[in-house]
Structures are given as structure tokens and as C-alpha cells.
Write a protein that binds this ligand. Sequence first.
Ligand code: ATP
Ligand code: MG
Length: 267
Amino acid sequence: MTIRILSDEMASRIAAGEVVERPASVVKELMENSIDAGASEIFVWLEKSGTDLIRVTDDGEGMAPADLALAVERHATSKLSEAEDLFCISTLGFRGEALPSIGSVAKMEIISRPLGATVGQRLRVDGGKKHDLQAAPTAHGTTIEIRDIFFNTPARRKFLKTPATELSHICDVLNRLALANPKVHFRLQHDGRTVADYVAVHDDKDRLHQVLGRDVAKGLLRFDWRNHESGELTVSGYLSSAPTAFPNARHLYTFVNTRFYMVTIPC
Ligand SMILES: Nc1ncnc2c1ncn2[C@@H]1O[C@H](COP(=O)(O)OP(=O)(O)OP(=O)(O)O)[C@@H](O)[C@H]1O
Ligand SMILES: [Mg+2]
């Protein structure tokens, strides 16, 4: 047995399996980056349930050219600097893994312009191969396009489910992020059709109304619980007064510090 160290490209492609399982994982990572960038509008455009194209546009802080060139490298993040930062993470991302992973299993193009810059920059990464930065006119913020996901890992592409199932996973991700961030305007368009359009609202209840519909939202009861001894832990949420409307855990939405978790309840 001869042991050898994998090339960076192979290592990234294998590591990408942890981050990119299906188009919805890409949408989640890109939208989380937009939220971390302080965006107030996040628009997602899909073609063929995300297998042909995923485009996420935000009006967040954008990236300066040097940052953009670094953003697609592994372990490159602006969200952690000291080991102690791991104990007080306030962003959704922190690993510096998402963009390099996505770029290693798809064709990725990032266009970004920070506030105050007169022109934006475009960066392409195709299956892990990074091209040079080019100047590109764009509004401030960031647009990321992902084409042909898994074009170089056909076995993974084969395991994708039907287009309708992949789209429903994407809608679920968008809905969960939208519920946790009511002050952000989210829009999802698929093959030219608007699937969701949640304008920014100030009240959680209004976002519940947008995402779950009027009938479900009007039957929800708010609860708040605080640990009075330490004051550090608070639990709040909404309970449905019409439990028969939810025969399974599909409408169980759980968030810890605005990060959503999928909870599976054994039947
Ligand atoms: N939409 C965006 N707007 C502004 N900066 C961005 C955007 N997307 C990515 N970045 C920058 O690129 C860096 C790398 O992004 P990436 O998603 O790969 O890692 P991360 O968000 O730091 O951690 P994680 O891998 O856990 O998501 C981020 O730390 C951020 O500085
Ligand atoms: Mg990220």
C-alpha cells in the first residue's frame, strides 16, 4: 500500500460532498452568505430546478477585488480570525468551505461590487479551475451564478431526485431562511415564474402569513420562555391551534440563534 497526498483539486472535490448534496444545498449556502453580508434583498433565479442554473443576487456589502479572489479558496473566511471567535459566532457561515466546494463541482461565476467602488469584478471558477478577475459593470452587492451542478461528478448528478422534488427542497430552504429573517425581501423565480415573493416586514407574524398562508398564520399562538436565573436562554415560537392540519413534521420549523435545523421526529 502506497500512501500519497491527494491534489488540492481532488481533495476539494471530495470535501465538496459534505457541503453540496443537491441544488438546495447550493441555494442555502449562497443565501446564507447574502444574509451574512447584510443584504436587505435576496433574489434567487432557477432554471430546471437549479440543475441548469442557480443565480443568487443580493444587495449586501459586496467584496473588494482582493477579497473576491480569496473567497473561492479553501478555508478562506472573513467571519473568524481568532480561535476564541468560535465561541461567539454571530454569522451563519464560518468554515470558509462553501464557495470552494461549490466551485469544484459546478461552473461558478461571481460578480461583486462593494459600496463605494465605481466598478465591480467578475471571477469564474469551473470545476475547481480559477480564472483571472475581470472588471464588470454591476450594481452594488453580489451576484453568484452556478451552472451545471455536478457536471464533473456524474455519479452525484445521477442521484438527484425528480425536478419537482429538487425544487421543493429549494422552496423549503428559502422558506426557513425567510422565516428567520423577516426584515429581508426574498424572491424565488423558477423558469421565469415567480414561486415566492416575500417583501420585508417588521413583524414575525407577517412573515408567517406570507410563508404559511393566512389560514395557518391566523391559528398560531405565540409563546415565550426565559430562564430567569441566568437570563441567558430564551425560547420563543408559535404553536398551531389546529394540529390536525399537520399530520407530519413538515411544518416543524426549529431555529437556534436564527440558524434553522431540520428536526426529524420518528413516527
Ligand atoms: N454574497 C456575498 N457577499 C459578500 N461577501 C461574500 C458573499 N459570499 C461570500 N462572501 C465572502 O466570501 C467568504 C467565503 O464564503 P464561503 O461561503 O466560502 O465561506 P464562509 O461563509 O466564510 O463559511 P462557510 O463555508 O461556513 O459558509 C465569506 O467569508 C465572505 O467574506
Ligand atoms: Mg458561507
